[in-house]
Design a protein around this ligand. Structure first.
Ligand code: CA
Ligand code: CA
Ligand code: CA
Ligand code: CA
Length: 392
């Protein structure tokens, strides 16, 4: 008897069911299998699920894809990698309509690797042995995972999308993934200082900050400081928009925990500023007392005075903050250049002078590693010839 259409239909369904079972079995072994040597053959992965793969011939390239539902990150990790294999991964977008089917968006880098992804898309990646000169029949266990965005201020990887902040505003940012850089900008109305301080930072992260500025509104943002660990301050003598970027110090750590920090625009507390160059030296007379703050870190305060008929001067510190160890150095102008007369001296210190000369005295903290908004108060006291010297 001929099977009815219904029977045939049922048989077909049964076969489909069997087939589904067997492919399920295959999937449960998580081998999404060769061939996957090009982006067009890439096996689509489920986020966070572990799979196995092999670099089973020299030069084997395995392609995979992962759906990215929204802005976030994609991480590729592997375990049980055979000793002779160094897995490298490179990410790409698919461009089906072009001759070159993959548009690379990163270089090759070691697994594990996490990259930011700004838009929903299917992200593809290729996995190889680093020099394409090793192979192994052993299984490598790997997974790719989508990590939702935790840093609501991203993307802020360059000055063009710097996040505007205001003085004292509590900021929460994330240094994720490795080599993440976060840009910010602040409008300075009143010259003084900018000071970035952290309240809490993930244990493995050391924030470094660098300041930058545009010469005018049409020019590029240019760095105006080196990288400094927090607290990181800078003197701002002109009003305007100041930029700054934050990174982990060696760009080799990342964290899904937040860093909490703020930037303050502090008013000038040091009436002798700006006094950071010999040209800007703050004028004193022998006998004067002056208060200046060593702020921010590495601040130098330069003063100038004329010796007139005086042959020696004591520089004494009448008061200074506990953390600051003031030191001074004497300079004189020679052939239009300032020349130091010896090294740094702890206070009090007596300097011998030639009469009728212009001198400069530079004040700093001994290791340039401390700063304070409280002033160092110094006085230049004309030295009487001591009795000892008179007796000579
Ligand atoms: Ca970030
Ligand atoms: Ca960033
Ligand atoms: Ca100062
Ligand atoms: Ca200064």
């Amino acid at each position: 008897m001929k099977p009815t259409y219904v029977q045939a239909g049922l048989m077909l369904l049964f076969l489909i069911f069997l087939n589904a079972c067997s492919s399920d079995k295959k999937k449960s072994k998580d081998d999404i299998g060769e061939p996957n040597n090009s982006i067009l053959e890439a096996g689509l992965l489920e986020s966070g699920k572990t799979y196995t793969m092999k670099i089973d011939s020299v030069g084997d390239v395995d392609w995979y894809g992962l759906a990215v539902p929204e802005q976030g990150y994609v991480s590729v990790q592997a375990k049980q990698v055979p000793d002779n294999i160094n897995l490298n991964v490179r990410f790409a977008h698919k461009q089906a309509w072009k001759t070159e089917k993959q548009q690379w968006i990163t270089g090759w880098s070691k697994v594990p690797k996490t990259i930011p992804v700004r838009k929903p898309d299917t992200l593809y990646f290729a996995v190889i042995d680093d020099y394409n000169n090793e192979s192994s029949t052993e299984d490598i266990v790997f997974k790719a995972a989508f990590i939702p965005e935790m840093d609501t201020l991203e993307p802020n990887d360059d000055p063009k999308n710097a996040v505007a902040v205001s003085s004292g505003q509590i900021m929460e940012t994330y240094f994720f993934p490795k080599s993440d850089i976060d840009w910010f900008k602040i409008n300075v109305d009143d010259p003084g200082y900018l000071m970035i301080q952290a309240k809490s930072v993930p244990e493995n992260i050391t924030i470094n900050a660098r300041y930058a500025k545009k010469k005018d509104q049409y020019s590029k943002v240019e760095n105006i400081s080196g990288w400094h660990k927090l607290p990181a301050g800078i003197q701002v003598t002109d009003p305007g928009v100041y930029y700054f970027s934050l990174i982990d110090d060696y760009n080799n750590q990342m964290s899904k925990d937040k860093a909490v920090w703020k930037i303050d625009n502090l008013p000038e507390m040091d009436t002798t500023e700006p006094n950071n160059t010999f040209k800007e030296a703050y004028p004193l007379k022998i006998g004067d007392t002056v208060a200046s703050a060593i702020f921010p870190k590495k601040d130098n305060d330069i003063f100038k005075f004329a010796s007139d008929s005086i042959t020696a001067v004591h520089v004494v510190a009448l008061e200074h903050p506990d953390n600051i160890k003031p030191e001074v150095r004497l300079y004189v102008k020679e052939d239009l250049k300032e020349k130091s007369l010896g090294g740094w001296h702890k206070l009090p210190h007596k300097f011998d002078l030639e009469t009728e000369r212009q001198y400069y005295v530079k004040l700093h903290d001994d290791y340039d590693n401390e700063f304070s908004t409280e002033p160092v108060v110094i006085q230049l006291i004309p030295a009487e010839q001591s009795e000892e010297e008179q007796n000579d």
